[in-house]
Design a protein around this ligand. Structure first.
Ligand code: JHZ
Length: 410
């Protein structure tokens, strides 16, 4: 189900280290373990009672002292994670606002040829096609989602991104012309062979192609304690320095670094083949920063467990069966007796169990029907939107609990 990964996928540090760590002349060059979240189920393995679970794997973070990339110690087979994927890109107000900001910042305009890597169900490309008038094509390994996208008129190649799958998308759907814009939102962190990935992107770029790579910003993750975004799908946690090292071997250069506040804070690396005057102002992340982060994470988990114990006589549910919720459930050992159910608006997740637990996922209406005392918000990235739309629940005495960055009840 998974293999170990013991060298840095951005800069290659430790590449020759033998698996037993002592046979190679480079054995001293080893990634440093900085956070251990134990053995966890796959965060999006939402299954009904009778469906077979995919299993559990270690969830441990390693730090590269050479380029500062943080990455997981294992790689779960991508076929297991993505061939039937339950995460559908949200079309919530928050995400629509973000898409608008992204289009403006990248200067995407009518007639542009846009290739999206990891295009999911084609949500973002639909906006570009229908509202801006772009010529679009997607590549996504989740066959179920690629099919949904194609049915709604977004040409999508159902395959892992590679030079070949991109070339197919370009020849069949972009008239054989290189894209003006290549977008990869939250894809990079899912890729094992990162250097191969960036090389393949390089090969499908023309001189004026703009590449936009959106990833969660590791500094926000550390500052705001978003440890629940660490799960098996997310293999790497990229700093700007690591991104510079990664692209340094290609003909692409960082042209700009844009920050947005979705998903708790993301960064968009804008790359192109044109000469760039951009210079980084990022402070280098150190192993001490990660060690401090690890302590604070365990405090945050302890706080939620303690809060649940103190309120054990009250009825408590979850809101948002995000991948993040799976990390919380399993790191805190929550079961149905602690969290009665989790409400979520994704039909594919409803009437399934929160991975690794017996906690059922139900529709959002359950909040008003059941009126629990507390709803713990595991989709904290949509806190404003979810709290606002559930005012009726709060009017009837219900309270939301936001677990990060500091536990607050509102
Ligand atoms: P949400 C995903 O993480 C997975 P997740 C992935 N690995 C990734 O990289 C990031 O996103 C970016 C529900 N909801 O989007 C929908 C409501 O029920 O934070 C979702 O199941 N009602 C690809 O899974 C969940 O909450 C609502 O009103 O952590 C949110 O999950 C809203 C707004 C959401 O992503």
């Amino acid at each position: 189900m998974y293999t170990l990964h013991n060298h840095c996928r951005a800069c290659g540090y430790g590449e020759n280290t033998a698996p037993d760590g002592c046979k190679s002349e480079k054995a001293h060059e080893k990634l440093i373990p900085v956070l251990d979240l134990g053995i966890q189920p796959l965060a999006n393995d939402f299954k009904s009672d009778r469906e077979e679970r995919e299993g559990f794997a270690p969830l441990k973070m390693m730090f590269c002292p050479n380029c500062t990339l943080a990455q997981l110690s294992v790689v779960v087979k991508p076929e297991i994670l993505y061939s039937n994927y339950s995460y559908i890109t949200s079309m919530s107000r928050t995400m629509l606002r973000h898409f608008g900001q992204l289009v403006a910042a990248l200067g995407i305009k009518n007639g542009d040829r846009v290739l999206e890597i990891g295009s999911n169900d084609g949500g973002f490309l639909s906006i570009l096609k229908d509202e801006i008038g772009c010529q679009v094509a997607g590549v996504d390994p989740a066959i179920n989602l690629a099919r949904i996208a194609t049915v709604k008129g977004i040409p999508t190649v159902g395959a892992m991104f590679s030079f070949d799958s991109a070339r197919n998308a370009i020849s069949f759907h972009l008239g054989g012309l290189l894209p003006d814009i290549i977008i990869a939102r939250h894809v990079c962190c899912h890729i094992d062979n990162l250097r191969g990935f960036i090389n393949d992107i390089d090969r499908i770029c023309g001189d004026n192609t703009i590449v936009a790579i959106e990833v969660p910003y590791v500094k926000h993750l550390m500052d705001k304690l978003y440890f629940d975004t660490i799960y098996h799908e997310h293999l790497s946690y990229m700093s700007t320095y690591a991104m510079e090292m990664l692209v340094s071997k290609t003909s692409l250069r960082i042209k700009d670094v844009l920050h947005f506040d979705v998903h708790g804070g993301v960064v968009v690396y804008v790359l192109s083949k044109q000469p760039s005057s951009w210079v980084s102002d990022e402070k280098r992340i150190t192993v001490e920063d990660w060690n401090d982060f690890s302590f604070r994470c365990h405090d945050a988990m302890g706080n939620l467990v303690q809060w649940q114990r103190t309120n054990d006589s009250k009825s408590i549910v979850g809101y948002g069966a995000s991948a993040k919720s799976t990390v919380w459930m399993n790191a805190c050992g929550f079961r149905r007796k602690h969290i009665k159910f989790i409400c979520d608006n994704t039909p594919q997740k409803q009437w399934k169990c929160s991975p690794g637990t017996d906690i059922p996922i139900v529709d959002e209406g359950a909040l008003l029907r059941e009126l629990p005392d507390y709803a713990v918000l595991f989709a904290w990235n949509y806190a404003d939107e979810i709290i606002a739309k559930n005012q009726a629940y709060r009017d009837k005495g219900g309270k939301f609990v936001v677990p990060l960055p500091e536990l607050r009840v509102c």
